[in-house]
Design a protein around this ligand. Structure first.
Ligand SMILES: [Cu+2]
Length: 316
């Protein structure tokens, strides 16, 4: 059975995953036994009871109590096993251990934001300690739509709603990386709403957290700080650095260029235009693009916006 699960399913990286896979294996096992058994019986009956001569008469059988009881009780019994087993697993999934490590998740069209106990934040990259229960307290940005937090390797999927918290927990067995997806169709950028969960060993995690939480970026020159902010805020999911078109225009050669807006107006890209594009993206829409960029008002400080602008200016 394990071999079949390895073949059918992504790697089982959380403790839930083992429990889910066992039940999945059991359901598959029973289904295979039934389908093989029924197919053999059908073929056998076809052979045994086909009409052998013109004057053969079909006997009339009204009922067979033992047989009918058997085919009612046996499936009922099987269904109860699956129900009891599934219910137990469901309770384990919903009851978060008291000592779980808590991380806050905010979903918005079309990115994931994570906030750690020390105030550090990341976008589209969730860092967690391995071998320890981790609880995610999740919500969509107010006014946004429903998303769904889905990590196949951990066998967890939970809807993320505006104006209401949902939570989910997991315990990752070993350090490593797993894919994160949004599993609720949420508009144009839905397929870009992906990320990575990175599980660190205990020590490595403490180190990462201390580093992410301290303003260690303050020491970097603005262009390098801008580069980090650009990836941390997932700008690159919509803006390429190499001139190719993604959901948004490339930032390569952007600064100083002449651009046509949806309104027909032509503008020259300068610092003020870049600043406005980040804080109030819908003020001017670039011709040929949809108005899907989220506003970063209240999420980036003036200082951080300066750094990002310097970084964009450096993409010649
Ligand atoms: Cu989504």
């Amino acid at each position: 059975m394990d071999f079949l699960n390895d073949f059918l399913l992504p790697p089982a990286k959380s403790t839930h995953a083992d429990a889910v896979d066992k039940l999945f294996g059991f359901v598959n096992f029973v289904s295979v036994i039934l389908i093989v058994g029924i197919t053999i019986a059908v073929l056998y009956f076809v052979y045994k009871y086909y009409r052998k001569s013109e004057n053969e008469v079909t006997p009339i059988i009204r009922q067979n109590v033992p047989l009918e009881v058997a085919w009612t009780i046996i499936p009922l019994f099987l269904v109860f096993i699956v129900f009891g087993w599934g219910f137990k697993g469901y309770m384990e999934l919903t009851q978060v251990p008291e000592d779980a490590y808590e991380i806050h998740v905010t979903a918005q069209r079309w990115l994931w934001k994570f906030e750690y106990p020390n105030g550090a934040t990341t976008t589209n990259e969730l860092h967690v300690p391995a071998n320890r229960p981790v609880k995610l307290l999740m919500q969509s940005k107010s006014g946004d739509v429903i998303h769904s937090f889905y990590v196949p390797d951990y066998r967890i999927k939970k809807d993320v709603l505006p104006n209401q918290y949902t939570q989910v927990w997991f315990n990752v067995k070993e350090p490593g990386e797993s894919d994160l997806f949004c599993a609720e169709y949420c508009g144009t950028g839905h397929s870009d709403m992906t990320g990575t969960v990175i599980a660190h060993s205990e020590d490595e995690y403490e180190e990462w957290l201390a580093d992410a939480g301290s303003g260690s970026m303050k020491d970097l020159p603005p262009v390098e700080r801008g580069e980090k902010l650009f990836t941390q805020n997932a700008c690159q999911t919509c803006h390429s650095l190499d001139g190719s078109r993604k959901t948004g225009p490339t930032v390569k050669g952007l600064f100083g260029s002449e651009e046509e807006m949806e309104s027909g107006q032509t503008i020259t890209v300068d610092e003020n235009y870049l600043r406005e594009s980040i804080l109030n993206p819908n003020a001017k829409i670039v011709a040929g693009y949809a108005a899907v960029m989220p506003s970063f008002k209240g999420q980036l400080s003036d200082d951080q916006i300066d750094a990002i602008i310097e970084y964009i200016k450096a993409q010649k």
